[in-house]
Each structure stands twice: as structure tokens, then as C-alpha cells.
Design a protein around this ligand. Sequence first.
Ligand code: SAM
Length: 632
Amino acid sequence: MGARRALPRGLSRVVWRQAAGVVARLLDADGSRRGGASVKTLTLAPGVAAKKVTHAVVCETLKHVPLLKLVLDDAGVSLVDDVVPNRRRRRDADDDRDETKDEDEDAEDDSETDLEETDEPPAAPTGVARSLAYVLSYEALFGAGLEPDGEAKPSTNHQSADGSAERNEKRDVAAVIAATRLVVDAIGALQKAVKKRLKSGNHKNAEQFMLAQPGGQALAAVPTHSRYARVNTLKTTLDAVELFLARGGLKPTRDEHVPDLLAFPPNTDLHDHPLVKDGRLILQGKSSCFPALALLVRKEEGKEKGAHALDACAAPGNKTTHLASLVGADGKVFAFDADARRLKRLTANCLLAGAMAGGKHKGEHVNAGKSIVAALRGDFLQVDPFDPKYARVKCVLLDPSCSGSGTAATRGDYLIAAARGEAVDVGAVAEFGGAHTEGGEQKKSKKSKKTTEETANQDVPPHVADARARVASLAAFQTEALRHALSFPSAERVSYSTCSVYPAENERVVAAVLPDAMKLGYTLEKALPSWPRRGLVGHGLTDRESNAVLRADQFLDDCEGFFVAVFVRKTPLGAKKAIARADKLAAAALEEIEAKRLAKRMKQNGSEGVRPVYGNGGGKKRKKGAGGALFR
Ligand code: SAM
């Protein structure tokens, strides 16, 4: 605290304004309504200037909010409530399925998806906005310091045809200047108030005060993980990347569990590194590399090359590009996502990674080769597993929307909870064991007419009840999606993963689906056997089954919290039939094209009266949902 150097006045104003905006948004909504937005997603979003400093100011301000609230009040600084921009309404019907799980490298996507402002600008506040006062008083009391502010020239960064951007900026700068003056005027009273508050609580310093607040203990447990980057073997090799990095003075270590993954010291900023910018290095968390690896890499080395895989909930495509690099140029990855904007990001990421061909990225032609990935917009639950297109899909990766609780510590969620005064128990995994039943539905007890969840939620704070309801709804979707993933007729391997730590989204989903999976010939394979941490016992799985699934712990392992289960079967029921049928349909389609071409040519040559011969279509088109009962 206080170690940060003061920035030039103009930049400071920008940072404070941005930081106040982020703090206002994060304090406005509790975890269950915040969607994917986190400290990282908002401070690393496109358009944020001086991201690192803004991030630091937001984190430190949030940490100090409980104390700042009190001392601003004690010092008589009058505040007005923040005006938080409306959230864009999500296009999906059930917008509870927020995608909160991506690693910080996906931050930009999440912030775009979940907390985008509507076109309407917020009304100007009539006094000092609460969050701006928090940011400025943090700076004055514990940060880089605050001096009286004078007149400001508007920057030339924000220009618009109708002048609205300039007007907004002028208004914002004026608000920062006015608020700075107010806080500077009150500095004596604020310092006195801090001393008094610390003394009355017997706290040696602000740090001690914060740790004693509800949710404060969780702050002490927040880990710092290594920064990971995966070498994109579609474009380069591990050796070449190491050489390049060494020339720039960077010497990462090779990860012991994930081939081609490099670990850098925590907080290494690689966002602007040339290898990242040109797609040779992909910023991806370690545990996020587990699903594709567990799904595809087996003892028989190279067997995955040329495979057809399907990524069911794919955007922004971290695992898609990983799958693409594993199946290689002769393979195929069908990548689905229901969200059009996120799919656009996936497409850009796949182009950059060389996993998709024929496109441009930021105006430049990036890959002239063959497309491995087909990006497909759609609800995975509506994808027909019997569509001949997927007849050769042997591997399905399902990484559905989840609570993202495995990334809560590094995303800064505990900071937000502490600032909101919400108690968090970082070990409270069992709390979200979930009243999970077959198909994710909640059963009503006849006697009480209450769902098990309603009963469990008696006497818990509203934010915990909300979070539980959200987890139950996510678990219902995850269960349905897993059943669907297992129903692809040629599938031999299906991975299910989340970055949640809650059994309701992990072991219990697997346990709910396992009996039907077994009827389809699947068993649970030990996912990445060399990884030591395995699944939890006592959540519907036997000891052997718990040992087959894997977990990563955000506090104990040097990576984010994660869960992976891999279902395998030797002889996919009906696979041969499905492939034969697909071949027949493809042959019929070719025949039809050929016949049309012939007919056209004959017409051009004036040979009237000769009818083209059409193929018979290779049989009747299969009605959706009419497959063998075992696959449904
Ligand atoms: N696997 C991705 C990666 O590694 O980059 C992250 C996937 S994110 C956790 C979950 C994704 O599922 C979101 O992009 C969301 O839009 C998508 N999604 C949610 N419901 C879906 C559905 N019914 N069908 C297809 N995609 C869906």
C-alpha cells in the first residue's frame, strides 16, 4: 500500500474514473446477478486505459471499502448513490446460464457478454458518486496520494460525430475534479476518522481491520498462481518458443502435467508479447488445458491425429484451439456456441491460432491452409447427434456454463464479497453439494410442499440462497447437456468439465448421468492419471468413480479450481451403422450434384427431352429424435 508511484495528472483522472466505474458495477450486484463480470474481466476489458494500474486501484479500493464507508461517513463527506449503467439483456432465454468460468485471458469476452452498457448513457449524478469517493479516499489515505486538482483540458481520445463523447468526457472529468477537491478538503477529518476507527477496534492497521470484517478472512487466502501459456503446435514448436522467449530474457519452466504448457512467474504480463499477438503462444490456465488433453491423448501416441471431435459449448475457444492442435491438420473440430458474439471471438481466436482457414484477423490474411475448426452457432441441446455430419465424431468435449467458483479467488470475487460485507467461507464447497436429483429437477416433498432447496435455504442470507438457486439451475443444464453429449452414436470418448468447485456441478452431475451412460456402454476412465488430486467422495460416486474423476484446487494447486470426468466406451453402439449411412447420404448427394450438372450441360447444348437421372437420396431422411432408444 502506498508503494505505487503517482501517475501524471491526466492519466490519474482516467484511472480513477475507470476504477470508480468498475467498483460501482461490482458493488451493485451480488455474485448471482453479476454474471461473468469480475474485477479482472472489467479492468482488462477493451477500451480500459492503463489496465494494470486500474486493476490495482480497483482491488485496493474494494479491499478498503468497509473502512472507507465508515470514515467517509465519520468525516461528514456527503455522497450520492452510483448510477450504474443498465445491463444489456442477454439474448438467450434462460440468462441464468452465465459463462463465468473462463480464465483471465478470456476476460474481454466475459465483460462484453455480461456487463455491456446499453446505448443510453447514465444520467449525470448531482453530487460525489459513492464509488468515486471510495477510489479517491483510498488514494488519499492509503494509495499514491491526492493533490488539489485544477482545470483540465479534455483529452482527444474520445471523439464522436455529434460531440456526445466529448460532452460525456467533459462531464466525467469535471466530476473527478470536483470529487478530488472534496476529498482533499476532507483529508484531515478522514485521517482522524481512520485513527479513531482502528483504535476503537484495537486494530494495528487497515489490513487488520479488513481481515476482521465479514468476508475479510477470505482475502488472506487468495492465492497467486503461475502465469501459464500454451505453445500452439499448429504454428510452432516448444523448442522454438523457448528460444524466442530466452532471447527476450524470459525463462519459463515446462509444466510437468501438460505437454507444451509453459509456466511463468505470477503476474508476468504477456498480453502484448509478439508470440501471443501472432497466435504462437496462447494464454490459457493450466487446469483449462486438462479437458482436451484427457479427452484425446492416450497411451497410443499420435492416435488422436485426424480424429473428428465436437466442442459442445466452445466459445471463446481456448479448448477448441487445443483440440485442433491435438487432432492436427487432418482432423476436424465442430465447435458450437449459442452466443453469437462469443462465437465471433472464437472465430477470431481460431483464425489467429491457424485452426481456421480463409479468413482475416485484424485486416491481415492469417491462414491459407485447411480449416480444422467449423464454428457453428446454435444450442447444443438442439444438435441432432444422428446428423450424418457427425457420424465420425469420436470425441465430444463438454465444458458448459458453470458457476466459475473455481476461479473465484483469482477473479477477485472475494474482494467484492468483502467490500459488500458478505461473509465468504472459502472452504464452503459442501454447502453447494446441491439437492440434486435425477435430471437436475428439484423434488417437492408432499408433506411440506417445499422443494429440498427451499428447505435448505431457510435461515441462510439471501446472497447464499440466490447462489444456490443459480447453481441448481446450472446443474440441471449441465446434466441435460452431458446426456446429450453421450448420445452421439460414434462417440468413444466424452469429457465433462467445469471450473466450478461445487459437487452439485461436478460429481453429482456425473453420478446422475452414469447409470444411463453405462447402458450406452460407457465407463469412467481415470482422467489424466498422473494428476494427484481426485474427485470428492460422498457425492453419489463410488470410491473407484471418485478416483476416476479429477479436481484441481485453487488454493492448494498452482492453478484454478477445475473438474474433469472422462467417459469412454470401446465399441460405440451403432457407430458403424451411422458411418455407413453418412457415406451413403454423401454418395447420394454427390450423385445428385453430378446429375444436375449433366442436366444443365445438356440444356445448354440444346438436348431437350433427355431427363437427368437423380440419385435416390440414399434412403429416407431420418426424422429428428427417431434414433435408437439407447442413444436418447
Ligand atoms: N470451453 C470454452 C473455452 O475453453 O474457451 C469456455 C466455455 S464457457 C464455460 C461456456 C459456453 O457455453 C459459453 O460460451 C456459452 O455461450 C455457451 N453455452 C451456454 N449454453 C449453451 C448451449 N445450450 N449450447 C451451446 N453453447 C452454450
